[in-house]
Write a protein that binds this ligand. Structure first.
Ligand code: LAC
Length: 231
């Protein structure tokens, strides 16, 4: 960690944090006109639920498989008959756009000399596609593939410790997903939760409270000097 900065590196969650999930609604409208938003919300919920179940059950498969299975389960559940090639359709997750505020925050962290990275459930294949397409200039691109389990298992957050050589408390972590914020805070990261809605709440799992920040506030919080006792 250079100087007296709060952290030496900042990692970002991918889906719903660096990448906007909004375009899923329109994409899913192609599966059943008028029902895109409903399908997208259910798909994302089923995707995450399956990732948590697979982690608890110790039955990991990569997140592309989880995402395809969740899409099929969602369409079954909603009684929608798919005409598209669903395996290909699920690749829409790798085509999502960067949220508009992210570039400036990333640039400020980099200019100040902090290492940056992505730490995501996404497969290495999908993460590489996203990073190439968006020209993400990150020091670390970490997929859970290396841990063969999903967030919020501690061994996933440990990947950032192993990649940087920094202690957890010297690693910043940014996510809009409350359950991911809880997992990362429990692991010991300095967590910024980008609250997705004014009434969003964190899961009641007794994790340390994350900071509640907006994109423009992020760089300042991570670059702030830590006050040394007596000093
Ligand atoms: C990720 C999912 C959990 O990118 O949003 O890790």
């Amino acid at each position: 960690v250079s100087g007296d900065r709060a952290v030496g590196a900042v990692f970002f969650d991918l889906f719903g944090t660096l990448l906007s999930l909004g375009p899923l609604d329109d994409a899913c409208d192609g599966l059943a006109p008028g029902r895109g938003a409903e399908i997208a919300a259910r798909w994302r919920a089923r995707q995450l639920e399956a990732s948590w179940l697979r982690t608890a059950m110790e039955r990991w498969v990569d997140f592309d498989v989880v995402t395809r299975d969740a899409l099929k389960a969602t369409l079954d559940e909603l009684g929608i008959e798919a005409t598209d090639d669903l395996d290909r359709f699920a690749d829409v997750f790798s085509e999502l756009p960067l949220v508009p505020e992210a570039s400036e925050a990333l640039g400020r962290l980099r200019d100040a000399g902090l290492a940056t990275g992505v730490l995501t459930n996404a497969s290495t294949r999908t993460l590489d596609r996203v990073a190439t397409r968006l020209e993400l200039a990150m020091d670390h691109l970490l997929s859970v593939d290396a841990a063969r389990t999903f967030k919020p298992h501690p061994s996933v957050y440990q990947l950032a410790v192993d990649a940087t050589g920094l202690a957890p408390e010297l690693i910043g972590f940014v996510t809009a997903n409350g359950w991911d914020a809880a997992g990362a805070a429990a692991f010991g990261f300095m967590v910024a939760w980008l609250r997705p809605a004014p009434n969003a709440v964190l899961p009641a799992v007794d994790a340390p409270a994350p900071l509640r920040l907006t994109w423009p506030e992020l760089p300042g919080a991570f670059l702030a000097p830590v006050e040394s006792p007596g000093g």
